[in-house]
Design a protein around this ligand. Structure first.
Ligand SMILES: [Zn+2]
Ligand SMILES: [Zn+2]
Length: 361
């Protein structure tokens, strides 16, 4: 089979506003533990927009972002980890790791000190070590089979794409902090990550409270699975007073310049946790007293491991109502989709569909 490696490449920070150029690129050297994947769908995640805007540091010429990839395996090496040509797989935010440290051995590859990130960081091992990897805004992905996860039957491949980054980013802390029957989970912010957090927490059996500015998203939050909705305004303390000590866990998916953590801690039951998956620009400050008196925690969480992605895919396959809400864009319209994404238009995730590779719009 012949196929090419072409992608939507960024050259400077204008890339984030729709300044990507479509061009051929040189993939990594194919090794025996690699697979080639014909890309069908790729979600647009906030990190893609940040990377292309240069917020994670200046980008090199030809950066191809995109890290919520679903496609079909078209080539396997001798050590393909059981993958075969024709399998439908997905790749998330992590493309590779050292596969030799204590964290990789423990199947917690996201904590490897030398991860290769799909939206653009150097390979750390093999013949292509030191060269930049290429992401999913492309026709074809090449990389280690270890990080290409097979989709279970029953999952729509377009809707599955956002599970590979946004979905597992919220699934991992929900699991770590015990979301399930009898647990009361708050989800702060209803966007790409937040909408998946509501669906996934509900599918895990938790009772979900959505927290969002104003009441504009209340109907959606309830459709997604929230049983309660807290509309916030200018005075968080007043908004939260009727709901004091009502939640075991809050997953914060917002990315504001600052966040008033103390106000949110008032919502927590004793031994509860406030967990950030969205980045806050300014340092977070609050008094120690609420932490001590309520024995509550403030934490954070990164993406998930390949095993955690597998668990999440199985969960959503058995709870079809938890499939992300996606709006599809033609692959060639990426420069129109990105400015809309930056305006906050997705309800709730944009997914690019590569019809030349067989995707459906
Ligand atoms: Zn490692
Ligand atoms: Zn992401």
């Amino acid at each position: 089979m012949t196929y090419e490696f072409k992608g939507w490449a960024g050259y400077d920070e204008k890339a984030a506003d729709g300044g990507l150029k479509y061009e051929a690129f040189e993939p990594k050297v194919f090794e025996e533990d690699d697979v080639d994947v014909k890309i069908l769908y790729c979600g647009i995640c906030g990190s893609d927009a940040s990377v292309l805007a240069g917020e994670f540091g200046p980008i090199e010429a030809g950066r191809v972002a995109g890290h919520e990839i679903v496609g079909e395996v078209v080539r396997v090496g001798a050590q393909s980890g059981g993958l075969a040509v024709g399998d439908v797989v997905g790749i998330g935010a992590q493309t590779d790791s050292c596969l030799a440290c204590e964290f990789c051995d423990a199947h917690k590859e996201q904590y490897c000190a030398t991860p290769t990130l799909t939206f653009g960081s150097p390979y750390v091992r093999g013949k292509s070590a030191g060269t930049m990897c290429k992401g999913g805004f492309a026709t074809t992905w090449r990389g280690p089979a270890h990080f290409a996860i097979k989709l279970p039957a029953g999952l729509d491949p377009a809707a599955a794409a956002p599970l590979f980054c946004g979905g597992v980013t919220v699934y991992t802390p929900l699991k770590r902090w015990g979301a399930g029957p009898g647990k009361r989970v708050g989800v702060l912010g209803i966007g790409g990550l937040g909408h998946m957090a509501i669906q996934i927490a509900k599918a895990m059996g938790a009772d979900v409270t959505a927290i969002s500015r104003g009441s504009g998203k209340e109907a959606d939050a309830r459709k997604l699975g929230a049983s309660k909705y807290i509309a916030t305004g200018a005075d968080l303390a007043a908004d939260f007073a009727p709901h004091a000590r009502s939640l075991d866990l809050i997953i914060s998916t917002i990315n504001p310049p600052k966040v008033d953590v103390a106000a949110y801690l008032a919502l927590l039951r004793p031994e509860g946790a406030f967990v950030l998956v969205g980045a806050v620009v300014e340092p977070i400050t609050f008094h120690s007293f609420p932490l001590i008196t309520g024995a509550v925690s403030v934490g954070g969480s990164n993406t998930g491991s390949p095993d955690e992605i597998r668990e999440l895919l199985a969960l959503v396959a058995s709870h079809p109502e938890a499939a992300p809400w996606v709006q599809k864009w033609a692959f060639e319209d990426i420069n129109k989709a990105l400015p809309e994404f930056n305006k906050g238009a997705p309800r709730y995730r944009f997914v690019l569909a590569n019809t030349e590779n067989g995707a459906k719009l």
